[in-house]
Design a protein around this ligand. Structure first.
Ligand SMILES: [Zn+2]
Length: 429
């Protein structure tokens, strides 16, 4: 009989205490606990294990993240595409997912005399978008983006809240480029990460660059020694030039190219793997992807797979812990809670709600039969950034009394408040 025993060692008593404090804080911030309290997501036996349902508050989070991604990608010169969630067996044979990745996929559906699979990755569909029209060097770099939903078979024992699920929506994109364009494209991807880290207040991050092992060419890695050496050097050089902290891990690359895992630390110092970027110099050839170069010859592009915001599931799980549910105003499911003191104040509360909503601000009225104290408490369980109480005094004076989530209070006219909060939302501050 073998018994496995785990141990943790710390450099000092202080470090141990820090670790213990982090564990307690992490429990309080557990995304499964806060996600339920804040009505963000849910699971249902009839839908199936590992298939999360985004409740309306979670729907807001996913929408806001997609809006951010779409704006950022538009500015980065990406084109948006939409592709189906399933495809025929033949495509996954071409991509190499079958048979190598079959264990991670849902079993096939027999249909129309063939087999269809739910997709576990978006790449093959995007390669087909590339192939749909002839391409010339003028079309490159081509950046195809989609918040693509994929389905993966995870063992039921390994499912864990939003962190390990069977359906995931990925902030995916594939960049098709020439070797000459690669460094600039890869640098732009890194800059996008840094932009997001700034928005979300992620101060600690590191990129893990996984490289190949030259002794295992042809078995574990595509047998193209020059391309390996060249792309690994290109990636390393960009990481060094951009001053991005990274570690190099030999013999961990993907079959078709070096990969970069992005590790981030939440506000309480817990580590998450956010996303993986991959450089791919083999699969475009398997799909026969070509462009016509200046000299009239047909060439195969390189492909960069990237997903800076990872999947909605993992990223929102991370954000819940990172912010302890206190989402910044632009992201908060409910931005303003309006609490009328008595029934006679409901009309004024509705008037204020209409003003806010016409400026696209998410505002709800708390006017059920409970006491004022209870209604304010209910608004606070959603970690609402602003709570506005409407009573005689406020109506007479024409000023709002605003309680901020941190506890401070201020008085302001409705116009001033709308101006300030709109600015805060627009800047995602
Ligand atoms: Zn991909």
């Amino acid at each position: 009989m073998l018994t496995r025993i785990y141990g943790l060692a710390f450099e000092s008593e202080e470090k141990l205490k820090e670790y213990e404090a982090m564990k307690i804080e992490a429990e309080k911030r557990d995304h499964r606990k806060l996600g339920a309290e804040m009505d963000i997501f849910s699971f249902d036996d009839d839908v199936g294990a590992g298939l999360p349902l985004w409740l309306p508050n979670g729907g807001v989070l996913t929408e806001e993240l997609e809006k951010l991604a779409k704006e950022t990608e538009f500015l980065g010169g990406y084109d948006r595409v939409k592709t189906p969630h399933l495809a025929k067996e033949s495509m996954y044979k071409t991509s190499g997912h079958l048979p190598y990745y079959e264990d991670s996929m849902y079993p096939p559906m027999e249909y129309d005399g063939g087999k269809y699979y739910l997709r576990a990755m978006n790449c093959p569909h995007h390669h087909k978008v590339f192939a749909a029209r002839p391409k010339s060097y003028r079309d490159l770099p081509l950046r195809l983006a989609e918040y693509g939903t994929v389905y993966r078979h995870e063992k039921s024992g390994e499912l864990f809240g939003l962190m390990r699920v069977r359906s995931l929506s990925m902030n995916d994109a594939h960049i098709y480029c020439t070797e000459e364009q690669f460094a600039d494209e890869f640098r732009a991807v890194n800059e996008m990460y840094l932009k997001y880290f700034k928005i979300f207040g992620v101060d600690k991050y590191v990129m893990r660059l996984s490289t190949h092992d030259p002794k295992k060419l042809g078995e574990k890695y595509v047998d193209q020694p020059e391309l390996w050496a060249k792309t690994e050097k290109m990636v390393r050089d960009v990481l060094i030039e951009s001053n991005i902290p990274f570690v190099e891990v030999p013999n961990e690359a993907a079959f078709y190219g070096p990969k970069i895992d992005v590790q981030v630390w939440s506000a309480i110092g817990r580590e998450f793997t956010l996303a993986t970027n991959q450089v791919d110099f083999a699969v475009p050839a398997r799909f026969g992807l070509v462009y016509t170069d200046k000299d009239g010859t047909q060439k195969t592009p390189l492909c960069i797979h990237r997903a800076p915001l990872g999947t909605h599931e993992r990223f929102i799980g991370f954000l819940i812990e990172h912010y302890a549910g206190n989402f910044p105003t632009w992201l908060a499911p409910l931005q303003v809670a309006i609490v009328p003191v008595k029934d006679i104040h409901v009309a004024a509360a509705k008037d204020l709600q209409n003003k806010l909503r016409s400026e696209m601000i998410r505002a709800e009225i708390y006017d059920d039969n409970n006491s004022l104290g209870k209604r304010i408490h209910a608004a606070k369980t959603l970690h609402t950034p602003y709570i506005i109480v409407v009573g005689d005094k406020e109506i007479e004076s024409g000023t709002l009394s605003i309680e901020k989530r941190e506890g401070s209070k201020e008085a302001n006219s409705a116009e001033e408040f709308i101006k300030k909060i709109s600015e805060e939302i627009k800047n995602r501050s």
